[in-house]
Design a binder for this molecule. Structure first.
Ligand SMILES: Nc1ncnc2c1ncn2[C@@H]1O[C@H](COP(=O)(O)OP(=O)(O)O)[C@@H](O)[C@H]1O
Ligand code: SF4
Ligand SMILES: [Mg+2]
Length: 349
């Protein structure tokens, strides 16, 4: 299931901060403008044919990560490599060309397709914008991608979105994303507005396209069950940072971070062991305008100690290819702050 080890996209210590929505007014009134640390130091790579899942509660920065890798947002700092090319600060025609290689599929297939255009016109549009092909070549490409998404062109070319089901609309959105022959697809909650009965078909299609077309896919979802279904690797985000990452199997079935543990326990199909108690998380997610010192999860973690409240954990390699940002996995022989008490035992194990 995994990729072929050729990295398509890599983010290094990526940060994307926004000036808070009240920033300007508050600054005019003499207050401090608020900076939203939406994405706050993320390292991530995706290989060809690989699907990497991003999970975490609403507001943790998943969409900002996707938009930043696709360069719809310019990162505040850090670096993005697309193959050998540094695309962190591209602009003008080079940025436009990169955006052709990195396509986004959005959540809502009802608002993302222009209701006045036919399926053919919708899929042709990116080719027009990027000035690719003559009329014959354009028609061939449109037919090719419609076949790829299993919508026979002879049936669907001249239909309008209003004559399509939600699943068919999302297939058209995928076809439009494919028509420029991208290398990266950011799928941001692509099935969360669709009927459960058709979700699996769309996910299976994404999986198949990734393998057949050598695509790197970033699959963003708050629905962890769908992530386990198609992802090769999974990263769990909390307050702008990755707190755990590893193979989909490891993270879903043996989560190590207390936060991931609670996320997975909330999914009935994953947490089949009757002995695991359903403990729900208490406390609020801290505001991304006011990041606490130390571990960002400490306010909600029953195991938190002085070390947790003072020093932010690194991503420790707790098991081979399975990293976790929690001091429970601080190697015994590392004296980070010997004066501060370490957390002793996993709070939910
Ligand atoms: N364009 C923006 N301007 C200001 N704040 C934003 C913007 N986009 C997202 N945010 C804020 O950044 C944080 C992360 O948002 P987002 O990436 O959309 O999270 P998720 O996709 O995980 O729900 C949230 O606090 C959100 O309100
Ligand atoms: S044990 Fe400490 S470092 Fe680990 S999640 Fe809890 S508060 Fe954070
Ligand atoms: Mg989002």
């Amino acid at each position: 299931m995994s990729g072929d080890n050729t990295t398509v996209i890599e983010g290094r210590n990526l940060k994307t901060h926004f000036e808070g929505r009240n920033g300007l007014i508050s600054a005019m009134l003499g207050g401090k403008s608020e900076t939203v640390h939406a994405l706050d130091g993320v390292d991530l790579h995706i290989d060809k044919k690989e699907i990497v899942g991003i999970v975490g509660e609403s507001g943790c920065g998943k969409s900002t990560l996707g938009m930043t890798l696709a360069r719809m947002y310019e990162p505040t700092s850090g670096q993005i490599l697309f193959g050998q090319q540094d695309i962190t600060n591209l602009h003008g025609s080079k940025l436009k060309s990169y955006r052709g290689s990195a396509q986004i599929i959005f959540q809502d297939p009802y608002s993302s397709l222009n209701p006045r255009l036919t399926v053919e016109q919708i899929i042709r549009e990116p080719l027009n914008i990027h000035r690719i092909g003559n009329e014959t070549e354009k028609a061939a490409r449109v037919a090719e991608v419609l076949n790829r998404v299993q919508m026979p062109p002879e049936t669907y070319l001249h239909r309008f979105p209003s004559n399509l089901s939600g699943g068919q609309r999302q297939r058209v959105a995928i076809a439009r994303a494919l028509v420029l022959r991208p290398e990266l697809i950011v799928a941001d909650e692509p099935v969360s507005m669709l009927d459960v009965s058709i979700q699996a078909g769309i996910l299976e299609l994404l999986n198949q396209l990734s393998k057949e077309l050598d695509l790197a896919v970033l699959y963003i979802s708050h629905d962890i069950a769908t992530v386990g279904y198609i992802c090769d690797r999974v990263a769990v985000m909390y307050l702008g940072r990755i707190v755990e990452q590893g193979s989909s199997d490891d993270v879903m079935h043996s989560p190590l971070h207390p936060y991931s543990d609670r996320l997975m326990a909330a999914v009935p199909s994953i947490d089949a062991t009757a002995s695991r108690e359903r403990v729900h998380l208490s406390g609020e997610v801290p505001s991304p305008t006011n990041i606490p010192a130390g571990c960002r999860f400490a306010a909600r973690c029953p195991a938190a100690t002085a070390l947790c409240h003072t020093v932010e954990p690194e991503l420790y390699e707790a098991r081979p290819d399975h990293k976790v940002r929690c001091h429970l996995y601080l190697p015994e022989d590392r004296d980070l702050r010997p004066d501060l008490e370490r957390p002793k035992a996993h709070p939910f194990a």
